[in-house]
Design a protein around this ligand. Structure first.
Ligand code: DGL
Length: 253
């Protein structure tokens, strides 16, 4: 069966993963949902993130998705285990094991508070490369600032986040929103190497679908018009998009 690829994020951040998917599987049918009405997810409880993500995935399945890509670290590490058990459709989340980090001396993990609280990246790296030092940095409010297209606020939060990184040489963007302000990160810590796991996710989708995807186009759906601010920073700024309602579409996946 050829796949229709559903992509879920709390807002515009997952568009960084969608862009990598399109590079790996050009011309495939994609339906993207960003829950802009309820963004950010990253300071919410695991129970609430799970409930919100369940509604988003249910919406994508209703729109014909046959593979679900969770283009959000926060959802992946707090809710994916539960949600994947509720459906037969393959669910592919963000990776915790990232080979590109293994050559570093000192890695900073930049992510939302919810993702940092799981320590998944630190533990995965410690298992494979115990000699790599890890600093975890929760950047409260950054995804929301990116979502609004507020670069001044994003720059201030990033400047505060890099304080105390010392000899960090490699940074993992463990929030899909963060590469949308790559230039601000690079200006704040110019000596660092920056790792965006989006291409790794795209390769996993190619592997799981055998590259057999339904031909089609990209459909962009958001739950609130707030998408407009953040969309400007993405590769999809000129695309048509629609506002959809998901919160009344309850039910088991
Ligand atoms: N894009 C999401 C991630 O990768 C989080 C943004 C949010 O806090 O909603 O973690």
């Amino acid at each position: 069966m050829r796949s229709v690829i559903g992509v879920l994020d709390s807002g515009v951040g997952g568009l960084t993963v969608l862009a990598a998917l399109e590079r790996a599987l050009p011309g495939a049918a994609y339906v993207y949902l960003g829950d802009t009405a309820r963004n950010p997810y990253g300071s919410e409880s695991a129970a609430r993130i799970t409930a919100m993500a369940r509604e988003g995935l249910h919406y994508l399945l209703g729109e014909g998705a046959t593979v679900l890509v969770i283009a959000c670290n926060t959802i992946t590490f707090t809710a994916l285990d539960v949600l994947a058990r509720e459906t037969d459709v393959p669910c592919i989340g963000m990776p915790s094991e990232i080979p590109a980090l293994e050559t570093a001396r000192h890695v900073a993990i930049a992510a939302t508070p919810a993702t940092i609280a799981t320590h998944v990246h630190r533990e995965a790296l410690a298992r494979r490369c115990p000699h790599v030092r890890v600093t975890e940095t929760a950047v409260e409010g950054l995804a929301a600032a990116i979502e609004r297209g507020d670069r001044a606020r994003a720059a201030a939060l990033i400047a505060a986040a890099v304080q105390g990184w010392g000899d960090v040489d490699t940074v993992l963007w463990a929030c899909t929103h963060y590469p949308l302000v790559a230039d601000l990160w690079q200006a704040a810590a110019p000596h660092c190497r920056w790792i965006d796991p989006a291409a790794q996710v795209a390769q996993e989708v190619v592997r799981r679908t055998d590259g057999a995807t339904e031909p089609g186009s990209v459909r962009l759906c958001f739950t609130d018009e707030r998408a407009a601010g953040g969309l400007r920073a993405t590769a999809y700024a000129e695309n048509l998009w629609e506002v959809v309602a998901i919160s009344e579409k309850r039910g088991v996946l």
